[in-house]
Ligand binder design. Structure first.
Ligand SMILES: Nc1ncnc2c1ncn2[C@@H]1O[C@H](COP(=O)(O)OP(=O)(O)OP(=O)(O)O)[C@@H](O)[C@H]1O
Length: 505
């Protein structure tokens, strides 16, 4: 059978790096094809080329046997290529149908569109009410809006860039059922993910990229996740190791913290209490949108609370701003790396300065010490294997996973007494994720108190000593991780066993 899509010798260079080098591969009709590779391997560049966002320096593509060179996404869409991005581009204040209409070339009248959305949503098992406001939707529901927007265009090739990183296990099942349904109808799917078990369960074929080049092709159903990971990195994988030492004295304590939401679409924190001890990795699980951002903001100092509601070594710090907390040794890395954790247009050196100034003494006599800041940025790049031409590169030029390594590394290398991280390995490849997790374990082993907020349960099971779940702004009672089964964790995530004994609505 002739392939639906083929790439032949695609090359794209950026200053200092060849993002794609002589890339050739094919996607069959009705095939779910995985694109694998570590951070910065060139996956996003390749799919952006197919979607008309990046113009290759050389090479050709064909779609359905005809030459295909979309100068812009509109041309790709009209040829039958649709793409669901990692970051959603939705307007929170508008409803589902209005958002879908905004992404269409010739949207039908509102009533007809709402009807079509309901039909497609029913046909593909993607429950979604066209009249709900997007701001009230979960991440999984927002993704459905994007998928339905694509499906309304009857794509022949659907590209999905890390679609499951924001989904609950149940939402992943729903998505896979939809993708299999599309496949059975002859739609081809190009699927980027770092979650190798999911690739094994879903995909029919895989192309593996390393440093911009195709280094392998395989049937992922016939390879183990470890083999796939090793093909990506080209070496054997390292598993994080932890020393089991009993935790020491309480370092960070939160007492009965109640906080109204910051925005109309935020979540209130309700009577949250927790203690993180020296040497401990305290894991907080839960689906995004249950108060994670609010807890992060309260702990980092972006939002102030009662002074006594948050204590470091027994002394209140709740009213202190982020700078003063950093000086005391509380460092944090929020989830959103572009814009929140890092300033996109600033260089890595400037970004290193942004949070490292106090603890790494990057100022002298009130002046910024650029030489020292650059050295600090270089140290982060070196220690955390950040793939970039150098510290003068702007944050936005880094691949998602490489920027994540930079952001987390920048905080860890400030030797914090308390480190608070939200989704530390989001979008990070298997080898780099293992390195970040090991660095968090090492930090705790050195006596720091580490608080990890994550939606990735495997991650928390691997590194957390204690576990609590955040549900609708309430934190469950913590338990030692080793005493919990997956079922217990599932119940805690659903709001059972919370301190008040309430169940979630
Ligand atoms: N606009 C750009 N300007 C400069 N360099 C870029 C640009 N876009 C990508 N790069 C570089 O090209 C290389 C490939 O990046 P790409 O985003 O395609 O990787 P990726 O495999 O998608 O990574 P990740 O898994 O981290 O998202 C990286 O070294 C990246 O820094």
């Amino acid at each position: 059978m002739s392939p639906l899509f083929s790439a032949n010798g695609l090359t794209k260079a950026y200053p200092g790096v060849i993002a794609n080098e002589d890339v050739s591969f094919e996607i069959g009709t009705g095939e779910i094809h995985a694109l694998l590779g570590e951070n910065g391997a060139g996956k996003s560049t390749l799919v952006k080329t197919i979607y008309g966002l990046v113009k290759p320096d050389s090479g050709e593509m064909t779609l359905n046997g005809a030459p295909f060179a979309p100068p812009e996404p509109r041309a790709a869409r009209s040829a039958g290529v649709a793409m669901v991005f990692q970051h959603f581009s939705l307007f929170e204040a508008l409803d589902v149908a209005e958002n879908v209409a905004l992404g269409m070339e010739n949207p039908p009248k509102p009533r007809a569109l709402a009807q079509r959305i309901s039909e497609v949503s029913a046909a593909y098992g993607l429950p979604l009410d066209p009249h709900r406001t997007v701001g009230d939707l979960s991440a999984g529901e927002r993704q459905r809006v994007e998928i339905i927007r694509c499906l309304l265009q009857d794509p022949r090739l659907l590209i999905m860039d890390e679609p499951t990183s924001v989904l609950t296990p149940q939402e992943v099942d729903t998505l896979f059922a939809t993708l299999n349904r599309l496949k059975s109808e002859g739609t081809s799917i190009l699927y980027i993910s770092h979650k190798l078990e999911e690739i094994r369960a879903l995909c029919d074929a895989a192309t593996i990229l390393r440093r911009g080049k195709v280094v392998g092709r395989c049937d992922p159903r016939e390879s183990s996740a470890r083999e796939l990971a090793e093909m990506m990195v080209g070496t054997a994988l390292h598993r994080p190791e932890r020393d089991i030492t009993p935790p020491g004295a309480p370092v960070l304590e939160v007492m009965n913290l109640t906080l109204p939401p910051a925005s109309a679409f935020g979540t209130a924190l309700k009577d949250v209490s927790l203690t993180v001890r020296s040497g401990e990795v305290f894991g907080i699980g839960g689906v995004a949108g249950n108060g994670q951002d609010e807890l992060m903001a309260a702990l980092s100092g972006e939002r102030r609370t009662d002074h006594a509601a948050i204590c470091l070594d027994g002394a209140g710090i709740g009213a202190l701003p982020p700078r003063d907390r950093r000086a005391l040794g509380i460092c944090s890395a929020p989830e959103e790396r572009l814009g929140h954790a890092a300033a996109p247009d600033m260089s890595l050196t400037q970004n290193a300065m942004l949070t490292g100034a106090e603890r790494r003494e990057l100022t002298r006599g009130g002046f910024l010490n650029w030489g020292k800041s650059r050295e600090f940025a270089e140290e982060v790049i070196e220690r955390f294997d950040v793939r970039t031409p150098g510290p003068e590169e702007a944050a936005r030029a880094l691949s998602g996973g490489n920027l994540q390594k930079f952001v987390v590394g920048r905080e860890i290398l400030q030797s914090p007494r308390v480190l608070i991280v939200n989704q530390p390995t989001w979008g990070v490849d298997a080898a780099a994720a293992a390195a970040i997790r090991q660095a968090l374990l090492d930090l705790a082993a050195g006596g720091a108190a580490v608080l990890v907020i994550s939606q990735d349960l495997d991650e928390l099971m691997e590194i957390a000593t204690s576990f609590a779940a955040l549900n609708a702004g309430r934190l469950s009672e913590p338990h030692p991780m080793t005493e919990l089964s997956l079922d217990d964790i599932g119940l805690m995530l659903g709001g059972m066993g919370a301190e008040t004994g309430e169940t979630a609505a």
